[in-house]
Design a protein. Structure first.
Length: 149
């Protein structure tokens, strides 16, 4: 796939839940297995608890859904709640392009961006490489902030 093609964001609908969960599980499986926490039922329930279709955007390239992103606006920050790219499309700078869109929005609003990442996941390096700073750790997750610019 030519990643120079534009990325399109399409708002999700409630009936997209199952396909979004399947993508989330596919994207997280390797990292969760690595830390001994892979549980598809738990992954489904955790996503169900916070699923808001209007905050959820499919990531499309050439009219093919390859991922999704969830950004929730709070008064003091933007929460990057989820960013998943299907494993077949990872490491092609798609996540970087998605972050650029999020950063442009955050900068226009003069808000920092917060994100959490599973400890031991490759996503930690991704977020650090793109300007996030580690601010907190829990047993299973790292929490980052990208200051507003």
């Amino acid at each position: 796939m030519d990643i120079t093609m534009p990325i399109t964001f399409i708002t999700a609908h409630a009936n997209d839940f199952d396909s979004l969960v399947a993508l989330r599980i596919a994207a997280m499986r390797k990292s969760l297995e690595h830390v001994g926490r892979f549980d598809p039922m738990r992954a489904t329930e955790r996503f169900r608890e916070s699923f808001v279709p209007s905050d959820t955007k499919h990531i499309e390239v050439e009219q093919k859904r390859i991922g999704f992103v969830v950004v929730k606006q709070r008064s003091e920050f933007l929460l990057l709640d989820h960013l998943y790219i299907h494993p077949n499309y990872q490491n092609q700078r798609i996540g970087e392009t998605v972050l650029a869109h999020i950063f442009a929005n955050a900068d226009a609003l003069k808000l920092p961006v917060r994100v959490g990442a599973l400890r031991g996941s490759d996503s930690n390096r991704f977020y650090l490489r793109h300007g996030f700073q580690l601010v907190e750790q829990s047993e299973f997750d790292n929490y980052y902030v990208r200051p507003n610019c």
